[in-house]
Design a protein around this ligand. Structure first.
Ligand SMILES: [Ca+2]
Ligand SMILES: [Ca+2]
Length: 135
């Protein structure tokens, strides 16, 4: 039995760094998403700061409100053919070693639970990640 994980959204409740965080998400140790040129921040004031990514609708919430992600490919947020136990990890990139912000285990038993929101609270950071598991 295999299952699929779909990332729905990530929201910054509290950034670790003053100017915002360079966030990356790993699935089973492989980087599947990174904020890239955007810095996650709970209160965006600069053009490059974003408080929330809505992966489902391809939007980001920044100082100017919701804007579309370009490019945006919905398939970039869907991971198929998983089996057994999987793990999602949140990291914050730094020049001298990245900061580990937490992990969340995933199994096929999560399928049918609808949207699952997990909190990553560690090292001064506070993030909410929403995903769903389908079989
Ligand atoms: Ca850091
Ligand atoms: Ca950083």
């Amino acid at each position: 039995m295999t299952y699929t994980v779909q990332l729905m959204a990530i929201k910054c409740i509290e950034a670790q760094e003053l100017n915002g965080d360079e966030v990356l998400l790993k699935l089973n140790g492989v980087t599947v998403w990174q904020s890239g040129r955007w810095h996650l921040h709970h209160h965006p004031t600069r053009d490059d700061q974003v408080s929330e990514f809505d992966f489902t609708n391809g939007r980001r919430l920044g100082a100017a409100g919701w804007e579309m992600l370009t490019p945006y490919n919905p398939k970039d947020y869907i991971f198929t053919n998983l089996s057994g136990d999987a793990v999602l990890e949140l990291w914050e990139e730094d020049f001298l070693g990245n900061d580990f912000l937490g992990r969340s285990p995933i199994t096929e038993r999560d399928a049918g639970r609808g949207y699952i929101t997990v909190a990553f609270v560690r090292d001064g950071a506070n993030y909410l990640l929403t995903y769903q598991v389908v079989v």
